[in-house]
Design a protein around this ligand. Structure first.
Ligand code: ATP
Ligand code: MG
Length: 444
């Protein structure tokens, strides 16, 4: 008999079915056993007598019949709550060892290290799965939004030969007899490709040797990058980014209602237009609200980001806010200084719910000015030869942005730690397993 998916069982009342999946929970009531079966489409209650012993999370095959539940036993919280499966035969396909903790609870309630130490197991929990279903929708929506605007996807390389954007947070790798690095960003490639395709985007892993453990930094990040040419001004970049972010929210709203409700999450609140402040204006507001004089700082500290987001929500009804005009010299060489005051650049961050979600802006496209910046920033031309080659032969005015997929996921769902929004997170203490336990094993 063909396999029936759990989501199809309510349509098959009275019919025989063959189900396959994992045992979500087992409740043994003496002779009669209740077993919740889970597959990729949902969960259904199965009932049987004289069943073989089966442990939670085992993979099983169940042959049985779909029956309507008595009125008072209907479970309104379950999509299959009006029916159950009368088990005729249960076969264990792949037994599960004894679980280290109860996986049958609504919330796993595990400390983060345990949640990650048992990743293959904990990801089976429906709330953990929900995070990555939402993330998949976010990433697909990013792609879809840009494809609709005629952007083409490209694959950015991860191995690079030099680090023109500043080398402090970079991983060095052995590359035959040479030094090479793991890419911190596809920035240079996406910009040079504007000279070819006009509009490009990429979804790829970037690497940051973040030297501290925080709730918002990983060492491997999924970067959602977009870049496009023939812009009239840096405002075109903001407009495109706002379109993309709204598109992502509407897709998540349409496709992830169940997942959002598991987390009691509401999508970020947005007015007709996302507010936009210059760095200086933001600093002035922070000073007025808190008395902390940040007006001469060259960037926003994490507490400043939180404060300006609070202002944005209270005063503008917006969970998101754009901050522009960061200090030119604090940005990479390709930033476009504002001609009215070149100390500040046409660079833009998007902040959401207290944290930076993206950085972007207009980039230089004039070859001579790029060369001047390269000198001023103390870089070697040979390190970015391919990039310079592109601009030597003509590239239109351009700009773009990069959103961190984990940051967006985390703040849409209200997760406390970015590690929860990365399916296999890496940080300075973990590459799948805790690095401390690795070195213990090696030395023992
Ligand atoms: P922050 O100041 O928050 O550390 P950043 O300014 O160094 O971030 P960018 O270089 O601007 O980061 O990268 C673009 C986006 O990529 C960020 O806005 C963020 O969403 C994401 N991102 C960058 N580094 C990390 C990281 N280590 N962990 C998670 N996400 C990151
Ligand atoms: Mg940034």
């Amino acid at each position: 008999m063909e396999r029936t998916l759990i989501s199809d069982t309510p349509k098959k009342v009275g019919e025989p079915v063959r189900l396959e999946g994992w045992v979500n929970t087992v409740r043994d009531h003496g002779k009669i056993t209740f077993l919740d079966l889970r597959d990729r489409t949902g969960i259904v209650q199965c009932v049987g007598t004289a069943l073989p012993k089966v442990s939670p999370e085992s993979v099983v095959e169940i042959a049985g019949k779909v029956t309507r539940r008595p009125e008072k036993l209907i479970n309104p919280n379950l999509e299959t709550g009006k029916i159950e499966i009368q088990i005729e035969n249960l076969k264990v396909i792949s037994p599960a060892a004894e679980l280290p903790f109860d996986m049958g609870q609504e919330d796993l309630n595990l400390d983060l290290p345990i949640l990650l130490d048992y990743r293959s197991l904990t990801l089976r929990h429906k709330k953990q799965q929900a995070i990555f279903k939402v993330q998949a929708v976010i990433i697909e929506a990013f792609r879809d939004a840009l494809r609709k605007k005629d952007f083409i996807e490209f694959q950015a390389p991860s191995i690079i030969s030099a680090v023109p954007e500043g080398g402090a947070e970079v991983f060095k790798v052995d590359y035959f007899d040479h030094d090479a690095y793991l890419s911190q960003s596809p920035q240079l490639y996406k910009s040079l490709l504007v000279g070819i395709f006009e509009r490009v985007f990429s979804v790829n892993q970037i690497f940051r040797a973040e030297p501290s453990v925080t709730t918002r930094h990983l060492t491997e990040v999924t970067s959602l990058d977009a870049e496009f040419g023939f812009i009239d001004s840096w405002k075109d970049v903001i407009e495109m980014e706002e379109y993309v972010v709204r598109y992502i929210f509407s897709e998540v709203e349409k496709k992830c209602a169940k997942e959002l409700s598991l987390f009691n999450a509401t999508l970020p609140k947005l007015p007709d237009q996302i507010p936009l402040l210059k760095l200086k204006e933001a600093q002035e507001i922070i000073y007025k609200r808190t008395g902390r004089d940040v007006r001469t700082e060259k960037d926003l500290a994490p507490e400043d980001e939180r404060e300006i987001c609070k202002w944005s929500l209270e005063e503008k009804g917006s969970d998101l806010i754009f901050i522009s005009h960061f200090v030119t010299k604090k940005k990479p060489f390709y930033v476009y200084p504002d001609p009215e005051d070149p100390t500040y650049a046409f660079s833009v961050d998007l902040l959401g719910r207290g944290v930076e979600w993206s950085s972007g802006g207009q980039r230089l496209n004039d070859y001579k000015t790029i060369l001047e910046h390269v000198k001023e920033w103390g870089l070697k031309e040979k390190d970015i030869e391919l990039y310079l080659q592109s601009f030597r032969y003509g590239v239109p005015p351009l700009g773009g942005f990069a959103l961190g997929a984990e940051r967006v996921t985390m703040h849409i769902l209200g997760l406390k730690n970015i590690r929860e929004a990365s399916i296999f997170p890496r940080d300075m203490e973990r590459i799948d397993v805790r690095l401390s336990t690795l070195s213990e094993k090696e030395s023992s």
